[in-house]
Write a protein that binds this ligand. Structure first.
Ligand code: FES
Length: 291
């Protein structure tokens, strides 16, 4: 492998462990879908903190747990508000709802917030094993479906056994080349979503110009006939990049909470300047100059 800025790296076995696989050849982007979720935290007295870890189910679920903080105290963490990447305009309201929950149920003032994303496979099992049937020394671990702390450990066990030629009792279950169920509710919905975004999003911002982008906001606009993703920073300066995701050509959407451009098709994410934040893309958004 030739690295972008440095030397050539030679290895007999390679593991692609990049959350979504950055190699499209295994089609994992089409066998899973990206889901963002949110977490807020605040300091809580140990004698008022919940004693266990809790997770809800269904729409509006919350997960609740504590973790030690750097100052020797305790943080109460509340997570939830998951949604498909790039398919919600009001991402900042999701943080707000979690913060309200923290205050209303525990009287805790929020001090921290995070969000991240993971890929859910259609059969809810991770893909761990050879990249394709013809790859004998290239492996993948992806589709952890929000259970990365558990499934990454499983991946480490299965893949180390595979590379060392040892039998692993779970290898067949997680086999990354297993047939993927194509007609589940989730897979049909995902393919419909991708198709409708690929076509329908090309008309977004058709009648908007860069003048309509407010400070602190991002918006799809049209400039010289091209669809542009434009962000105006708090100093009024405009940052313009192509709205076309370099992965497979879908149109990115603005994420107000993270100030990023997110692709609704397979979850690639870019900074407001177009730099890569998250794969599967391996290329940034093209820079645009708008005067
Ligand atoms: S991530 Fe696949 S088209 Fe954008």
């Amino acid at each position: 492998m030739i690295t972008q800025n440095g030397p050539t790296v030679i290895a007999q076995d390679v593991v692609i462990a990049t959350n979504p696989s950055i190699l499209d050849i295994g089609l994992f982007f089409a066998k899973s879908y990206p889901q963002r979720s949110y977490l807020v935290g605040g300091h809580i007295d140990a004698n008022r903190a919940p004693q266990g870890m809790y997770i809800g189910v269904g729409e509006g679920y919350r997960s609740i747990r504590t973790t030690p903080s750097d100052d020797g105290g305790l943080l109460l963490l509340v997570g939830g508000e998951g949604h498909k990447v790039g398919q919600d305009d009001a991402t900042d309201e999701r943080y707000q709802r979690l913060e309200d929950f923290l205050r209303d149920h525990f009287g805790v003032e929020p001090a921290y917030r995070w969000s991240s994303q993971d890929y859910k496979s259609f059969d809810k099992l991770p893909y761990i094993g050879k990249l394709t049937l013809t790859h004998q020394h290239t492996y993948v671990a992806t589709g952890f479906s929000l259970w990365g702390m558990t499934k990454s450990v499983i991946a480490g066990m299965v893949l180390s056994d595979a590379i060392l030629g040892r039998k692993n009792p779970w290898a067949d279950l997680y086999d990354a080349t297993r047939p993927t169920p194509l007609v589940t509710k989730a897979s049909v919905q995902q393919n419909l979503d991708v198709g409708s975004h690929w076509v329908g999003d090309r008309f977004k911002g058709l009648f908007d110009s860069t003048d309509s982008v407010n400070s602190g906001d991002g918006k799809l606009v049209t400039h010289k006939g091209a669809q542009v993703a434009a962000y105006r920073d708090d100093n009024g300066q405009l940052h313009a990049v192509s709205a076309v995701c370099p992965h497979l050509g879908c149109i990115v959407a603005w994420n107000q909470a993270e100030k990023s451009w997110d692709c609704p098709c397979h979850g690639s994410r870019f900074s407001c300047n177009g730099k890569i934040l998250h794969g599967p893309t391996v290329k940034p958004l093209e820079q645009k100059v708008c005067h």
